[in-house]
Design a protein around this ligand. Structure first.
Ligand code: DSN
Length: 440
């Protein structure tokens, strides 16, 4: 039988990933073991409910798998309860909010413009901004979380839930300081550590466990597992409300979800076992070394970084010294040149999320492939050459002219000889690295 067209497309996608360099901080390459679990017969089973409390028969083995995933995650993070069923980060954050808040209750989160997430209360367009009274905090003049503002807003609005978490904040999160403020107003604290979970496991980022009630994390970023999420309840959270774990479980199922994705659950169990290995510790350390090296090399080449650097796996190039709204042009040109990243707003974004002024970069994927400091310097050099190539492509201030400008810019960039020359160099280097390695 001829292979379905989808398989040909998968081969193409794998080839694309191999010959390009992935710099999106929220992506990673999974191990062959996680990958094999994801395409197993576990996908063929319904398992609504929780282990030993299912609504379908035939779940004896699925129960063992889910219990194994729970046990490994609890051990890894040293928490008394883990729910591994959320389909992804946004449903998991909604489950926490659903478990703790009533419609109209007040919650606080880091604004998107400061590197927070949509589900942390972004107004108008998200459930968290629509159904709850959302108060958003931001960054100080050094682009760090503005704890004075957090304190002021918390005292004024007395939120029931305070979220500390990020998607584009390059610095370490001070959970202890956040907790102290939350305690003054009696708020629950949720840490969304999706981006830094792998770094928390390896000790490269402080753990939120002693300071928060709940932790939410996706499992596919620095944790390097399948696309999914988990909600952890800490001892502190359980001490405050012995029913907290039960409330979380009920919010995930039946309140918000149906049957869990069993193959993903198994993938989380495998990823947790991988994260316990000494090699994973080295992986976390190398992510950080690579991030520091990439950040410094970019700055040496004259590029400006938000907050002047990074303390994690990610960094944001601030392109406003060239012109406002340059993120799309640079991210597109990088893609033409063989390196994929994403355009991103910068703190106090002067244009808009669609035409932002920054590009977000991260080192989890390149580190998984086995690249080290020397390769980071080379990548920084290529990025600087890309920026140089497109820096005069200024976004029109007239909104109606923007679409035509972008269309013309894209067509030109695809033919740009210098970008295509960089692409050949990138491909030569990238093709020497497998997608996944345990490193040396
Ligand atoms: N989409 C994720 C990221 O790129 O950071 C967050 O949900």
């Amino acid at each position: 039988m001829n292979k379905d067209q989808v398989f040909k497309l998968i081969e193409k996608e794998e080839a694309r990933q191999k010959k390009m360099i992935g710099l999106i901080p929220s992506e990673n390459h999974i191990s062959p073991e996680v990958s094999s679990v994801l395409s197993s017969s576990l996908s063929s089973k319904y398992a609504e409910g929780y282990p030993r409390r299912r609504y379908y028969e035939g779940n004896q083995i699925i129960d063992e798998i889910e219990l194994l995933a729970q046990e490994r995650i609890k051990k890894l993070f040293n928490v008394p309860h883990a729910n591994v069923q959320p389909y992804s980060g946004s449903p998991a954050n909604s489950a926490v909010q659903f478990a703790l808040l009533e419609t109209g209750d007040t919650m606080m989160g880091l604004a998107l413009s400061g590197g927070g997430h949509l589900t942390h209360g972004h107004p108008k367009v998200t459930f968290s901004g629509k159904y709850f009274n959302s108060v958003q905090y931001g960054l100080d003049k050094n682009d760090r979380i503005d704890f004075d503002q957090v304190h002021e807003l918390a005292s004024k609005h007395r939120p029931k839930l305070m979220i500390i978490g990020n998607t584009a904040y390059p610095f370490v999160m001070d959970f202890e300081r956040f907790r102290k403020i939350a305690d003054e107003v009696g708020a629950w604290v949720l840490a969304d550590i999706s981006h830094v979970t792998g770094l928390v496991v390896t000790g490269e980022h402080p753990s939120p466990v002693p300071h928060v009630d709940l932790i939410m994390s996706t499992t596919h970023k620095t944790f390097r597992g399948p696309r999914g999420a988990m909600i952890l309840v800490t001892q502190r959270g359980l001490d405050r409300d012995p029913k907290l774990a039960e409330k979380i479980d009920q919010a995930v199922f039946p309140a918000l979800q149906g049957g869990p994705h069993n193959a993903t659950t198994a993938g989380i169990a495998v990823a947790a076992a991988e994260a316990m290995k000494p090699e994973f510790k080295k992986y976390g350390q190398q992510i950080r070394k690579n991030a520091d090296t990439l950040a410094k090399a970019l700055q040496d080449r004259g590029l400006k970084l938000v907050g002047n650097g990074t303390e994690t796996h990610l960094m944001l190039i601030d392109l406003t010294n060239y012109s406002k709204g340059m993120g799309l042009q640079v991210a597109f040109a990088m893609d033409v040149a063989g390196m994929y990243a994403n355009r991103n707003t910068i703190p106090h974004e002067p244009v808009s999320p669609f035409y932002p002024s920054g590009v977000r970069l991260g080192t989890p994927m390149v580190t998984t492939r086995g690249m080290k400091e020397a390769e980071m310097k080379q990548i920084a050099d290529w990025i600087a050459r890309v920026v140089e190539e497109v820096k005069d492509e200024v976004l029109p201030s007239d909104k109606t002219e923007r679409r035509t400008f972008i269309k013309t810019f894209r067509a030109k960039a695809l033919q740009n000889k210098n970008l295509l020359a960089i692409r050949r160099e990138v491909e030569t280097m990238a093709s020497k690295y497998p997608l996944f390695t345990w490193g040396k």
